[in-house]
Every structure is written in C-alpha cells, then in structure tokens.
Design a protein around this ligand. Structure first.
Ligand SMILES: Cc1cc2nc3c(=O)[nH]c(=O)nc-3n(C[C@H](O)[C@H](O)[C@H](O)COP(=O)(O)OP(=O)(O)OC[C@H]3O[C@@H](n4cnc5c(N)ncnc54)[C@H](O)[C@@H]3O)c2cc1C
Length: 443
C-alpha cells in the first residue's frame, strides 16, 4: 500500500482507483502530469471477470501485458508468460439456450452454439478471464512506475468547491484523520454508486436500464477450458425468462467463475433476489462444469448502471468516467472495456486542457463519449426493453442457441465488433437499428 500525506496538491486528482480511474491516471502521467489517486480500497473481490477483446486492446494500449494465445493447450508454457497467474486467454464463446422445464429449477439446457470471438480490426482475436484484483494490481504497478501517487485507504468525502469550481476533495484516512487534496482538475471514477459524483450533481435516469450481477468461483477440473459459456433464457421461479444471462468463466487457475446478470427491464426485476437466482443457476449447471459444491470464492454482487444512463459527464473542472458515468454496455452489461476506454479518453482530454491552460477543453469529453457510444447505446437501451418482453425473449433465446450464424451476428453487434465498410448482415442490422433509433423516443 502506498500512502502519501493526506494534505497535498497535484495537477489532477483521481477519485477511485478502479480500472477507469487508473486508465486516466496512466494516460495523464504519460503526458508528464502530476496525478494523485485516492482510493477507498474496499473492492478486494477475487471475482473472475470476462475481458472482452476490446478490454484486452485497451489494456495493451495502456501498457498492461495480457496473454494473446487463444489456444491454450500447454499450461506449463502459459505459466512462463507474464500475467499468467491472473489472466487466462479465451478464444471462444458458447451460447446456450436454457429451455423452460418444470423438472429443472431455472430451466434445462437446450441447444448450444460455439464460435470464435467475431473478428474486428480494432481488437485482438482473444478475450480472457482475469481477476479484478490481479488486473487492478497490474494497472497500479504501471501507474506507480510512471510517478502516479496513491492515497490508499482514503475516502474522498466531499469535493472542495471554490466559487463554483471543484478544486479537489476532502479526504478521510483509515485512522479517521482528514485532509485535502487540491488539484486543477478532478477525474471522478468512484464506481457504480458514485457518491462523489452525486455530490457534484450527477443523476442516473431512473427508467433507463441497469443490471445486477452476482458471481462466485468454484474449483473445477475444467478450469483450463478455452471457451466461456453464456446461458440465455434463464428464468425466474415462475418460469418467466429474465432479461439477462448466466455465465461460466474458466479462470485457468483452478476455478470456474459462475454468475448471473439481471437487467432491470425484466418483468420480475423488483422481486428477484440475484443471490437466489445464482444458487438455482449453479444447481442447474454444476454437473456440466464439474463444479465443487462449495464455492472457493464466495458470492459477491453489485449493480452496473448501463447505456450512458448517468450525466452530466463533465463540469467546469471535472469529468466522470467508468461506472460512475454509467458507460457500461447495455447489451452485455460488461463494463471493464468501457471503463478503460472512457478513462483513456478522459485522460487525453484533461491532459489537453492542462497543456492549453483551458478548462473549456473538458467540455469535449461528453461529446467524445457520445460519438463513441451514443447511438449504439440508444439502440441497446431500446433492445433491452424489447427483449425484456417474455414472448420476444423466448423466441430470441431459442434462436441464439440453435442458429450459429445468428449467435455470431448477435455477438458481433453486442460487442460492437462491427466491420468497417459495408460489412455483412450484423452491420446492416446495426445501421438500420441506429437509423430507427434516431426517431424513437429516448428510453
Ligand atoms: C458482480 C459483478 C461482476 C462483473 N463482471 C464483469 C465482467 O465479467 N466483465 C466486465 O467487463 N465487467 C464486469 N462487471 C462490471 C465491472 O466490474 C465494472 O463495469 C468496472 O469495474 C467499472 O470500473 P470503474 O473503475 O468505473 O469502477 P470500480 O471498478 O467500481 O472502481 C471504483 C473504485 O473507486 C473506489 N471508491 C469508491 N468511492 C470512493 C470514494 N468516495 N473515495 C475513494 N475511493 C472510492 C472503490 O474502492 C473502487 O476501487 C461486473 C460487475 C459486478 C458487480
């Protein structure tokens, strides 16, 4: 743990040392800026997380080495490679449809298709499964070598506001001692609940989709599999399909992560307990994945605001990144790739504002985020509502499990792995959906 004296000044204060905040800190430090990261350090979960190929691309852009072999056959070889202990490359995605069956709580397994990650120029051919702690440790080590300073175990309790401008934050250390971090600009990266962001006036659109995720890790001999499995058509106790999915993520390190993602457009969202949903889902899939009955890493859960549902993303002297800005993908519920991407974009914009000595440059950040995600996210939010309807969900889930081309195309759209130029059917569908969404009311 690195701990600077609490009273300090910097060019930039970063509130929150998760993937988004660290991405900004690394970008800014590379530009020669003095950065202080304040992190409460309450997120120590060993959970297995899926890194999409875009997350791998963003990690590499930052300088974090992740494995690139999608065909992991020889574990000994992999163990020699940097990053092996926390990152397991994954080359394929299996989509399985759960079929409603009263004999099986949560539904029995139906048709299933497996495909490689859809190829795209801007990302590598593999994703991976890694632990959050391992990833954050790598980002922190890199940031520290670039001169980023850390105030660990410190809570940014409230912004310092002078004449309407945020000039840093009041902080409280683990021993209760308080201090101030003063900075020209502040990057707010305090995650899904974003207490600091709320104090600055950010607001989450309450009717826009958000997700609840719950996951645990179990020991399994199948931990070296080169394929993650996504199960669509998971149902509530009444047999009604939920909007969301279940997953099995082999970690390459003895365990398989199993989890459920529940999107708020599910009809029974308000009454489903994600922990119970995970229990039933685990019961159903434990045999196929040869999971030990007792979890090796206990179940944890949290919320993920989706689809650019939080704003405004910039004020006169601050920007909001990652989950604090609600930038996770509304079609997948995944947020590491977008946390890194938004953190990198914010780092560049804040760096430019410092170079030019002009706070006005910060106002480019919401525009850049909108250019990157805006219309796709509008399509995603509308799609969440549509597939939240049980009759639509049933048809969609059956088709995903049974038709490889449809599954591959859906994955391509959901991951934003679209080919430039004319592309194929997924690109045509996506372009049409964006055009339709332009005229649709916001949702
Ligand atoms: C159970 C679960 C499973 C998930 N699985 C996946 C997955 O497999 N793949 C994927 O892509 N995404 C996944 N996600 C989403 C992903 O975790 C987030 O989108 C991502 O971590 C967002 O990064 P972030 O840096 O914005 O926020 P966070 O990772 O939440 O980091 C915020 C940081 O800010 C710190 N902090 C908060 N408040 C303060 C404060 N006041 N002062 C100081 N520090 C503070 C916290 O301690 C934390 O370190 C999952 C989410 C959950 C809940």
């Amino acid at each position: 743990m690195v701990t600077e004296p609490a009273d300090t000044t910097a060019d930039v204060l970063v509130v929150g040392g998760g993937p988004a905040g660290l991405a900004s800190a690394i970008e800014l430090a590379r530009r020669g800026r003095d950065v202080v990261v304040v992190d409460r350090g309450d997120t120590t979960d060993e959970i297995a997380m899926l890194f999409t190929p875009r997350a791998v691309a963003a990690s590499r852009r930052l300088g974090v080495d992740v494995l690139d072999r999608a065909d992991v056959l020889d574990r000994a070889d992999v163990l020699d490679r940097d990053g092996a202990e926390w990152f397991h490359p994954i080359g394929r995605v299996r989509i399985t449809a759960a079929m409603a069956d009263p004999a099986h709580p949560g539904g029995a397994v139906g048709p299933s298709t497996s495909s490689a990650w859809p190829r795209v120029r801007v990302a590598p051919d593999n994703g991976g499964v890694g632990t959050r702690t391992g990833f954050v440790a790598r980002l922190r080590a890199l940031a520290a070598t670039l001169g980023v300073r850390f105030l660990d175990g410190h809570d940014a309790t409230q912004p310092i506001v002078e004449r309407g401008f945020v000039r840093g934050a009041c902080v409280r250390g683990p021993d209760g001692a308080t201090g101030e971090v003063r900075a020209t600009f502040t990057v707010v990266a305090d995650g899904a609940n974003s207490h600091f962001g709320r104090l600055l006036g950010t607001y989450r659109e309450p009717d826009w989709p958000m997700a609840l995720a719950h996951t645990a890790g179990h020991r399994s001999p199948l931990h070296l599999a080169n394929e993650v499995e996504v199960v669509v058509g998971v149902t509530d106790r009444a047999g009604t399909p939920i909007a969301g999915y279940g997953w099995m993520f082999p970690t390459g390190a003895g365990t398989v992560g199993i989890g459920v993602m529940l999107v708020s457009t599910s009809p029974s969202f308000a009454v489903i307990n994600p922990a119970h949903l995970l229990e039933r889902f685990t019961e159903q899939h434990a045999d196929r994945w040869q999971l030990d009955p007792d979890p090796a890493t206990p179940a944890v859960g949290g919320r993920i605001p989706l689809g650019a549902s939080v704003g405004p993303l910039a004020g006169p002297t601050y920007v909001i990144v990652g989950d604090a800005g609600g930038v996770a993908n509304p079609l997948t519920g995944l947020g590491i790739d977008t946390a890194l991407e938004s953190g990198i974009i914010a780092g560049d914009v804040v760096g430019e504002a410092l170079d030019e000595g002009s706070a006005a440059v910060l106002q480019q950040y919401p525009k850049l985020i909108d250019d990157r995600y805006g219309s796709f996210y509008k399509v995603g939010r509308l799609a969440d509502r549509f597939v939240g309807q049980p009759p639509v969900a049933r048809r969609l889930h059956a088709a995903l499990g049974a038709r490889p081309a449809f599954a591959e195309g859906t994955l391509r759209v959901a991951l934003q792995h679209l080919r430039s130029g004319r592309g194929g059917v997924p690109e045509l569908v996506e372009r049409t959906a964006r055009a339709v969404a332009t005229f649709a009311p916001d949702a």
